[in-house]
Design a protein around this ligand. Structure first.
Ligand code: TXA
Ligand code: MG
Length: 338
C-alpha cells in the first residue's frame, strides 16, 4: 500500500507495525521508523541505499524526552534545547544503553531533535516514542522539501507519506556534538553558528571542512567500538542533482556561461538576485534571495535544474552568515565530485 495523506492515525499504525512513514519537518521531509524497532530502522537503510554504519537522528515530541534516549545531558544541551527546540537543531549526546545499534550505527552517541512542524509534532505526540529518520531521499541525492519530492524519489518503498506542504526552513538541522566537552558543530544547518555561541555565551567549534580527510567532520568512536565513516551529510559529494554544479562569484557568471554555451552545454544560473548581462541562451532560475529565502528554495531549485535538463548550474552562494553558511555549504557539496 502507498498513499499520500494527512492521516496521523494511519501513520501511527504503520509505525507500530514496523513500517516506514515519510513526514514533514521544518527542515526537509524525513523517512521515519519506530526508533525502538531495529528491524524497522533497518528498512530505512535498505530503502535509502545508505551504508548501515551511518547513524540516524531520533526525533522526539518534547525536550524532556532526551532523558530517555541520552545517558547524560550536559548543561549546554539543556540551554540549547530551551533556546532552539522545537527547531532545526540536532544534539549529539552519549546514548542510553537501550538505543538500538541500528539507530546509532554502533557509535557511543545518539542524535536527538524536536522538530518544529505541526504535523510532525502531532505524529510524535500520537506515536509516543522516538522516530528515527534520515532525510527521505536515496543516499547522496537532493533532500525532499515537499511530499511530491518524496513520492518521486522513493515511490512505493515508503508505506505512507504525510503531506504537510513545503518545508519552511529548507535545509537540514544544524548538528552539534555535545558528547565530548567543547560543543562542536558537525553539520551547518538551519540554526546559525553565531546564534549557538550567543546562547551558550562561549564560542562553538565549527570547522566543517569539505572533504579533506582528517578535516571533515567524522563520526568518531569510543574505545572498543568500531570506527564509523564520516557522517553522510558531511561527505563532499552529498546533496547532488544530476546537473553539474559550479559555485561561482556573481561577477564571474556571465563569462563562465559564455564559455560553457560555446561548448554547447545547457547552462542555468542560481543566484540571490537577478544577474544582468547574461549571454542569450542562459537559463536564469528565479532569484533565490538571501539567507532564509535561499535556504527555503535551494533543493527545489536544484531539482528544477534537473527538470530543465541543464548540463551545468552556475550557483552564486549567499553571504555566509547564519543560515546562509549552510546554503553555501550545501552548494559546495553539490558541486563536489569527490
Ligand atoms: O533536518 C534534519 O536533520 C533532517 C530531518 C528529517 O530531521 N534529517 C537529516 O537526517 O538530515 P540525515 O540522516 O539525512 O542526516 C543526519 C546526519 C548524518 O550526517 C548522520 O551521520 C548524523 O546526522 N548523525 C546522526 N547521529 C549521529 C551521531 N550519533 N554522531 C554523529 N553524527 C550523527
Ligand atoms: Mg540526508
Amino acid at each position: 500500500m502507498f498513499l499520500v495523506s494527512a492521516d496521523v492515525a494511519e501513520a501511527v499504525a504503520v509505525l507500530r507495525r514496523g513500517g516506514l512513514v515519510a513526514f514533514p519537518t521544518e527542515t526537509v521531509y524525513g523517512l521515519g521508523a519506530d526508533a525502538a524497532n531495529p528491524a524497522a530502522v533497518a528498512r530505512i537503510f535498505a530503502v535509502k541505499g545508505r551504508p548501515r554504519n551511518h547513524p540516524v537522528i531520533v526525533h522526539l515530541g518534547e525536550a524532556t524526552a532526551v532523558k530517555a534516549w541520552a545517558a547524560e545531558v550536559p548543561a549546554d544541551a539543556w540551554t540549547l534545547a530551551e533556546a532552539f527546540w522545537p527547531g532545526p537543531l540536532t544534539l549529539i549526546l552519549p546514548r542510553a544503553a537501550h538505543v538500538p545499534d541500528a539507530v546509532t550505527g554502533g557509535v557511543g552517541t545518539v542524535g536527538l531533535r524536536v522538530p518544529d512542524q505541526p504535523l510532525a509534532l502531532e505524529l510524535l505526540d500520537a506515536f509516543g516514542g522516538g522516530i528515527a529518520a534520515p532525510s527521505a531521499n536515496r543516499f547522496g541525492r537532493v533532500s525532499p522539501t515537499t511530499a511530491a519530492h518524496v513520492r518521486a524519489d522513493l515511490g512505493p518503498d515508503v508505506d505512507v507519506v504525510l503531506d504537510g506542504g513545503p518545508c519552511a526552513v529548507g535545509v537540514e538541522s544544524t548538528i552539534v556534538d555535545l558528547s565530548r566537552g567543547v560543543p562542536r558543530v558537525l553539520r551547518l544547518g538551519g540554526i546559525g553558528v553565531e546564534a549557538l555561541s550567543e546562547v551558550l555565551g562561549h564560542p562553538v567549534e565549527a570547522r566543517v571542512a569539505l572533504g579533506a580527510a582528517g578535516n571533515d567532520a567524522q563520526v568518531e568512536s569510543g574505545p572498543g567500538e568500531p570506527a564509523a565513516p564520516p557522517a553522510p551529510g558531511t561527505l563532499p559529494s552529498h546533496y547532488a542533482p544530476e546537473a553539474t554544479v559550479e559555485v561561482v562569484a556573481a561577477d564571474a557568471v556571465a563569462d563562465r556561461a559564455r564559455t560553457l554555451l560555446a561548448e554547447h552545454r545547457r547552462v542555468g544560473v542560481l543566484a540571490p538576485r537577478r544577474i544582468e548581462g547574461l549571454p542569450a541562451g542562459t537559463e536564469a532560475l528565479p532569484p533565490a534571495g538571501v539567507a532564509a529565502a535561499y535556504a527555503q528554495c535551494l533543493y527545489q531549485r536544484l531539482r528544477e535544474a534537473d527538470r530543465r535538463g541543464l548540463d551545468v548550474l552556475l550557483a552564486v552562494p549567499p553571504p555566509e552568515t547564519g543560515i546562509g553558511a549552510a546554503v553555501a555549504d550545501r552548494l559546495r557539496r553539490a558541486a563536489s565530485t569527490a
